[in-house]
Design a protein around this ligand. Sequence first.
Ligand SMILES: [Zn+2]
Ligand SMILES: [Zn+2]
Length: 130
Amino acid sequence: MALKYSRQREIIRNFMKTRTDHPTADVVYMNVRKEIPNISLGTVYRNLMLLTQMGELTKVEIGDGTVHFDPLTDDHAHLICEQCGAVEDLMLTPDEALVAEAEEISGGKITGHIITFRGLCAHCLAAQEE
Ligand SMILES: [Zn+2]
Ligand SMILES: [Zn+2]
């Protein structure tokens, strides 16, 4: 018997809580399939989008053409490692002066921000220096 939709969503939610690496729907699919063998990629994607709408996940665009999902919904920035492709959380928010400046330049109203840094993660940097 197929699992109830609410149970599927619960398994996907619990899986996401264990991840800090911003998985795509494909990665989530490959992992939850162990627990829900008959689930489809489309169902996984719909559940991820639903959890996003419910405010339990955020979507992260890192410019690779796919949507990554993030269980960390507090304000934070990301570092994309150009070597290993890791997407790391950086717990920082732009200072008020920057937000004020953006508002002034735009002449509009700033309600949020998406901050993405590129470079090398600490791991790759250490490997390079060896
Ligand atoms: Zn790296
Ligand atoms: Zn994040």
